[in-house]
Design a protein around this ligand. Structure first.
Ligand code: FMN
Length: 187
């Protein structure tokens, strides 16, 4: 069984809804299962991410999809604390050649969400992971998916704390895509 993990932080729940949609996309691909790893505030003690069980969960996965709200133009502090806690794995090349992708959400249409995705991509590349983009041409899709037109990963927009239904459909597709890429790569 190919395993794809979703590692995400969500303060007010919108990123979590995207994560659930990504998981449903992963699980819709035969032979692939989703591993959910939610970063929560209490994982951070004196500024450092201490949930080693969450990191251990990622040991055997073939791919990871990172999710974070865009806070002040980048990933949340909680997500960054998780990333910083993987430094030993970086030295061991423990995640080398795993597939990676990412999603984020912001309350502005152009609220610097791209920087969040680019940070996730750099984080993945630090680990020697292989980044899977979002291969839905923005504004050229019959179903209107990828409505904000980011190709590096999924950028979503929350309005008054609510998600857009199309963003959820796009998130499901992102899960399917990463699952299919991981399946191909593992075969
Ligand atoms: C401290 C803080 C900083 C934020 N910074 C940004 C930002 O830079 N760009 C943006 O578009 N939205 C920003 N937002 C809005 C959140 O990204 C948005 O509400 C998102 O849906 C929250 O995700 P969550 O529900 O998973 O916590 C910010 C919100 C907070 C609380």
């Amino acid at each position: 069984m190919v395993k794809v993990a979703i590692i995400f932080h969500s303060a007010s729940g919108t990123t979590k809804k995207l994560a659930e949609a990504v998981a449903s996309g992963i699980r819709s691909v035969s032979g692939v299962d989703a591993v959910i790893a939610e970063i929560v505030g209490t994982d951070i003690v004196e500024g450092r991410f201490k949930n080693l069980a969450l990191i251990e969960q990622l040991k055997d996965v073939d791919a990871m999809v990172f999710g974070s709200p865009t806070f002040m133009g980048c990933v949340s502090a909680q997500f960054k604390a998780f990333a910083d806690a993987t430094g030993d794995l970086w030295a061991e090349k423990a995640w080398s050649n795993k597939i990676a992708s990412g999603f984020t959400i912001g309350s502005n249409l152009s609220g610097d969400q791209l920087n969040t995705i680019q940070y996730m991509q750099i984080f993945a590349n630090q680990h020697g992971m292989l980044w899977a983009s979002l291969d839905i041409p923005g504004n050229c899709d019959a179903e209107g998916r990828n409505r904000l037109g980011a190709q590096s990963g999924l950028i979503a927009h929350s309005k008054d704390g609510e998600l857009n239904a199309i963003d959820l459909v796009t998130a499901k597709y992102l899960g399917q895509r990463v699952a299919n890429v991981a399946k191909r790569f593992v075969a």
